[in-house]
Design a protein around this ligand. Structure first.
Ligand SMILES: Nc1ncnc2c1ncn2[C@@H]1O[C@H](COP(=O)(O)OP(=O)(O)OP(=O)(O)O)[C@@H](O)[C@H]1O
Length: 750
């Protein structure tokens, strides 16, 4: 890097330190001057000797600083520095008074005594033997950490990852990594195969080592799950591995065999094709199928007066159920598992509300849940009863960054206490979450799953709702009649036409579904900017911050959300001398920006303050899809404050910015389960795998008041005509059929 320099000096003062991410601001005394150093420095203490590589930068508030790229710190040798170091509180249990006495007694030998002869240390007045042992331990741990971090940096591992790695393996760090650097990809969140592979090759690991080949194969299987698949056909797996690892078939075959013996993967034959799963996902599917079978085994009698009760509800609400709704209500009262599916406005909520009334009348406890915070909020509003996110319902107990698998308090040993569980927006539930949910539901509890099977499948692996419905073994009621269309909107009507593959009217005759023809990316961008900045706020009486949402099919490209966000940020919230900014990866966050939380974080604290800045409410948890506004970027504390809906304010560390994205535009995938008053959709061209019917259907059904499509009618029609779905390799349907059919046979034999 240009302008890099090396500095060496004693750490005079620690001004700020964040123990979570290692960020530190300190003053270092160089030979001729003091300099403020900033950057990630772990375990650096006052009095230490620091040797750092970095660049001098000018901070607009704090002036000249040295930005550290990498560093080494040494325990000081001379008496004076030893005293400073011990007095600084670097070793818990030793303060300035004790430090003086230790240095007085042992001089330059103090550190050796602390580490090697704690019993001698205990001869200093005020230090018990127990305390001496503790001090020796802390000292040892700090030395280990320093050693590990230097070791890791030598292999080009950034400090942020070095800290994570040290925290995971502690004193085993060097052993684990020297033995098999690919463990990093398994154990450390954020380290994938590629990074582990770079480290390994850097360390001289043989390109054809079996560890490398196995890690590569596992990486391909795991990457497939991030694309929604549960397995990969074996031939495809081998083909990808050959290209990625540059390894011959025989070696890959041997590695797969070993992995099968070690039970990390499993292969099965389905439709004469060999398919390979990572063992975890194979069991996840199997467990979901088994649990659905167990729960379905319970039937309940329809209470005698049900018909009368339904009639009473109809009279009260002046809504007369159609045959499907009536069937759904009754099936809800009699089945162990029921799926209710239907498009927008088909009366799902109305049906569920009546079902809940009748179930509660029988004295049954009903719990309500949905996969996202937004969906749970909508369910709460629609039913007038408290609904929770599935994660919250299952009482997430472990959500550390280094832990990839969520742990839930609620499981087979500690199941949910309810008689009936109703889950909405099930199309968004992936197979892993469904497995966690079903673990916590004991047979005898009724499960009612509600969703629209034609929405896009979950972001995570599996195609759970569709597979369950298509298995034809679980009771399903499809609500077909659209109740909303006549009275209310063209949005609902068009959504149903799109779903049926019929072309919609684009002549703007209806006042809530608009099409603006633009044939170029530039034309679309310009149109969207004016729409969002001036026309729509006037027309729909809401703003791009609250109400209007741009939804795009893609992330990349001129009309992908990354570029749209840059363009819309420049239009709606351009740079200003009074607005602080922070660059993170390739994004600039600026005060005033609209942002979205992109993962569930149950540990993030929020506060609500009144106008006098008194905290009136506080709690934990910010959820995937929550949208807010940056209200402050503080370069001194390295924090970004975001205000979410309901005035909840959350402070993010700079490192936590990886959980945020600009949100002027979001992908249609990400918008699942959310509704917005106004939806603007740019549609021009794109890969044919994305220009599909259910993507358009999902986008249109997100709008409550207005839909505006900007682009080409031919693309809209192309999408409507394209009923291909993105193929997902899943076998849940098959597993459900297998278990239901096998058990049915067993019963016949018995
Ligand atoms: N049997 C019925 N007769 C008349 N109106 C009905 C009937 N069922 C539902 N409705 C009305 O139709 C509208 C849509 O119903 P509801 O909200 O239950 O549908 P939904 O499937 O949950 O919709 P969405 O998925 O869009 O939220 C509501 O205004 C509701 O009052």
């Amino acid at each position: 890097m240009e302008n890099q320099e090396v500095i060496e000096g004693i750490v005079e003062e620690i001004i700020y330190r964040n123990d979570n991410n290692g960020y530190c601001v300190c003053v270092v005394a160089l030979e001729d001057d003091d300099v403020t150093c900033v950057g990630t420095m772990v375990g650096v203490s006052e009095g230490e000797q620091l040797r750092a590589v970095g660049t001098y930068v000018k901070h607009h508030t704090y002036g000249h600083q040295f930005q550290i790229e990498s560093y080494q710190s040494f325990i000081p040798k001379d008496r004076h520095a030893v005293l400073r170091y011990l007095s600084s509180g670097a070793i818990k249990g030793i303060g300035p008074g004790l430090a003086k006495r230790i240095v007085k007694k042992f001089g330059d030998d103090a550190f050796r005594i602390i580490e090697e002869e704690p019993e001698t240390l205990a001869t200093v007045k005020g230090i018990s033997e127990k305390k001496a042992q503790e001090v020796a331990m802390v000292f040892y741990e700090q030395r280990e950490m320093r050693k590990n971090i230097i070791f890791l940096q030598e292999y080009g591992i950034s400090l942020t990852y070095a800290i994570k790695i040290h925290n995971r393996y502690k004193e085993r760090t060097m052993d684990v990594i020297s033995n098999n650097p690919y463990k990093l990809a398994e154990d450390i969140f954020g380290i994938g195969f590629k990074m582990a592979d770079d480290i390994a090759l850097n360390m001289g690991v043989d390109k054809f080592s079996i560890h490398r080949i196995k890690a590569g194969l596992m990486f391909i299987l795991n990457r497939a799950t991030t694309e929604g698949h549960v397995y990969v056909p074996r031939d495809e797996l081998i083909e990808k591995a050959e290209a990625m690892l540059d390894a011959a078939y025989e070696l890959l075959d041997q590695a797969l065999l070993e992995m099968q013996i070690e039970k990390s993967v499993i292969s099965k034959i389905v439709d004469e094709e060999v398919i390979t799963y990572s063992m975890t996902y194979y069991h996840v599917e199997l467990n979901v199928a088994r649990k659905l079978y167990d729960l379905s085994g319970y039937d309940y009698d329809l209470p005698e007066d049900t018909e009368k009760e339904i009639e009473a509800i109809e009279k009260d609400s002046d809504i007369y159920f159609d045959a499907y709704q009536r069937e759904a209500i009754k099936e809800g009262l009699t089945n162990g598992v029921l799926i209710v599916t239907g498009g927008p406005g088909t009366g799902k909520t109305t049906t569920i509300n009546s079902m809940i009334d009748l179930l509660e009348k029988q004295g049954l406890d009903v719990l309500l849940a949905a996969p996202t915070g937004r969906a749970a909020k909508r369910m709460t509003e629609a039913t007038g009863r408290q609904a929770q996110t599935i994660h919250r319902l299952l009482e997430i107990s472990f959500m550390k960054e280094d832990d990839r698998n969520n742990r839930f308090e609620k499981n087979e040993d500690n199941p949910l206490e309810c008689d009936v569980l109703i889950v909405d927006e099930v199309s968004m539930v992936d197979v892993v979450l469904m497995n966690s949910l079903l673990k916590a539901v004991i047979p005898g509890t009724r499960l009612i799953l509600v969703g629209d099977k034609d929405q896009l499948p979950s972001v995570g692996p599996g195609n759970v709702l569709k597979d369950m419905i298509e298995s034809d073994r679980i009771k399903v009621v499809k609500l077909e009649k659209v109740f909303r269309q006549a009275r209310e909107s063209a949005i609902v009507m068009n959504a149903h036409l799109i779903n049926k593959g019929e072309h919609v009217d684009l002549t703007n005759r209806k006042s809530d579904f608009f099409y603006i023809k633009r044939a170029t990316t530039g034309g679309i961008l310009d149109e969207i900017k004016t729409l969002i900045k001036t026309r729509l706020p006037k027309f729909a009486k809401c703003s791009a911050y609250e109400g209007i949402q741009v939804l795009a099919p893609m992330r990349k490209g001129i009309l992908g959300i990354e570029n749209l966000n840059k363009e819309l940020q420049a239009t709606l919230n351009p740079p200003h001398k009074d607005k602080n900014e922070r660059e993170f990866r390739s994004m600039i966050f600026r005060e005033g920006d609209k942002v979205m939380q992109i993962k569930n974080n149950y540990n993030l604290a929020w506060q609500i303050k009144n106008s006098y800045q008194y905290t009136i409410d506080e709690g934990l948890g910010v959820f995937n899809g929550d949208i807010g506004k940056i209200i402050e970027i503080n370069a001194y504390s390295n924090k970004v404050k975001v205000q979410f809906e309901d005035n909840k304010v959350v402070q993010y560390e700079y490192a936590g910015l990886e959980e945020l994205e600009l949100a002027y535009a979001v992908t249609i995938h990400k918008s699942q389960g959310s509704e917005y008053p106004v939806v603007v959709i740019p549609l021009l061209t794109g890969p044919s795998m994305l220009l599909i019917r259910n993507l358009l259907y999902t986008a249109v059904t997100r709008a409550k008041k207005y839909v505006v499509i900007v682009g080409l009618d031919s693309t809209i029609y192309q999408m409507i005509d394209n009923d291909k779905e993105i193929e997902r390799y899943t076998t849940l349907k098959l597993r459900i059929q297998e278990i239901f059919d096998t058990m049915a046979e067993v019963q016949v034999i018995e």
